[in-house]
Design a protein around this ligand. Structure first.
Ligand SMILES: [Zn+2]
Length: 125
């Protein structure tokens, strides 16, 4: 039962991640479905996936909060790189990669809602 719900949740996250690859502003602008290609959060840089989830100052604040939260939880310092956020921590098999996916999903939900990345949305997941 628990295994099934985890698999369903992972499947949902996988679907959400595929959607992310299609709908960011730069991509929509390129195919004529968006009026501009600017980042929803900072409105200054091109909204590419690496910018939205890592480079943007608002995403950086989110991941710094994430790292602090992780440190409080397990007393481990982690520094999130672009590779870590996009691909996950490849040498890890614990829950951290699942939490990174939830972090990206939270950022995406904030982007869709037109609000800055809110760590409380992540905490509610
Ligand atoms: Zn930005």
């Amino acid at each position: 039962m628990v295994k099934t719900s985890v698999l369903v949740r992972l499947r949902e996250l996988g679907r959400a991640w595929r959607v992310l690859h299609i709908k960011h502003h730069a991509k929509l602008f390129k195919i004529g479905l968006s009026l501009n290609d600017k980042c929803t959060f900072c409105d200054s840089s091109k909204e590419e996936l690496y910018h939205l989830f890592f480079e943007c100052s608002h995403a950086q604040i989110f991941w710094k909060t994430f790292s602090s939260w992780w440190f409080e939880l397990v007393k481990e310092n982690i520094t999130m790189t672009l590779k870590d956020i996009i691909l996950g921590l490849l040498n890890r098999t614990d829950i951290i990669n699942y939490l990174i996916i939830l972090g990206k999903l939270s950022i995406w939900e904030c982007r869709k809602a037109g609000i800055y990345p809110d760590f409380n949305i992540f905490l509610k997941k």
